[in-house]
Design a protein around this ligand. Structure first.
Ligand code: PMV
Length: 310
């Protein structure tokens, strides 16, 4: 029987997590060596999922499979396909709940595999909208940043649902380190929302400055201004701490990377755990990576300019 497949890469948000939900600019880069893959094929039985997280009948899938399930249902509706008699497998190397876009990449891979099984060609917009259906199930108020960033193969500048190619010239290196702590995007987004309910003026000022930092970073990235870029990353981390989305595990890796010579370090993604991203001169990468590993980082990755990770 023919098997259709799909795949999507991870992403790292450099600026604009949380503030992007309120209409400000964000900057994100692809991380090509971490991917989610999906396959779809026909079976004689009731629809099934196969994954490291859950294997069994589609209709009995537990709550944590609600987003992949929504992706399957949405793409079937789009292409006019039937749920019964189809199996979908999903899995990959993007760690879950670490702010690297695992949920959007899984949804993107599923959408591609199921569409291909039905011989359907989706436009970029159709695909984005289908991934967003799953992202809303996963996160509630999803800005769409992850859905785009895990789809396109270049750095993006994103605002209000629209993405543009971001010209990037950077002689420094970006290091991503995983705290190993699972952070819930849903919870983090909800915490910012409720903090803003209580302290509207103060929180709006913080969110606005995060947006301003992202805009200024666009210029830094285009002109290889790595020292000011690092300073803006450090300032963004302070502001994200004020939004209460940092975490002791994040604060620890941020401190370690700075002391080891990073020009700038901040959390990436929703926070409450997850990963940090550090900017460094190429010749200090090894020292910083070693310090992060000694401090207990679960994994580290180094990105080159194009977003390819080694
Ligand atoms: O799911 P994560 O950890 O990659 O974070 C997504 C970024 C947020 O700004 C926190 C939420 C959103 O929808 O943009």
């Amino acid at each position: 029987a023919p098997v259709a497949s799909g795949s999507a890469h991870a992403k790292v948000i450099l600026f604009g997590e949380h503030s992007v939900v309120y209409g400000h600019t964000a900057v994100a880069l692809p991380m090509f060596n971490l991917r989610m893959q999906a396959r779809a094929w026909r079976t004689a039985d009731a629809a099934r999922f196969e994954s490291a997280y859950y294997t069994g009948e589609f209709r009995h899938a537990p709550d944590f499979m609600a987003a992949p399930r929504a992706a399957v249902e949405a793409v079937l509706e789009q292409v006019g396909g039937q749920l019964d008699g189809m199996s979908v497998s999903v899995g990959g190397t993007i760690p879950l709940g670490r702010g690297l876009g695992s949920s959007a990449a899984a949804a993107g891979a599923i959408v591609d595999a199921v569409a291909r099984l039905h011989g359907a060609e989706l436009s970029e917009t159709e695909r984005f909208n289908l991934v967003q259906v799953a992202e809303r199930v996963a996160h509630g108020r999803a800005s769409g940043l992850d859905a785009y960033a895990t789809t396109v193969a270049h750095p993006i500048r994103f605002r209000n649902g629209l993405a543009a190619v971001l010209p990037m010239r950077l002689s420094g290196r970006l290091i991503v380190a995983d705290t190993g702590v699972h952070g819930s995007t849903w919870q983090a987004v909800e915490m910012v929302r409720s903090l803003r309910e209580r302290f509207r003026r103060r929180v709006d000022r913080v969110i606005e400055e995060l947006g301003t930092l992202a805009e200024a970073a666009v210029t830094d990235l285009a002109h290889n201004q790595i020292v000011p870029l690092g300073g803006r990353m450090n300032r963004a981390q302070e502001l994200l701490e004020q939004l209460k989305v940092s975490h002791p595990s994040i604060d620890r890796l941020v401190g370690v990377a700075r002391r080891a010579g990073a020009l700038g370090v901040k959390l990436t993604g929703a926070g409450l755990g997850g990963c940090v991203v550090a900017l460094a001169h190429a010749d200090s990468v090894d020292t910083i990576v070693q310090a992060l590993q000694e401090a207990g980082a679960a994994q580290t990755w180094t990105l080159t300019e194009a977003g390819a990770a080694a």
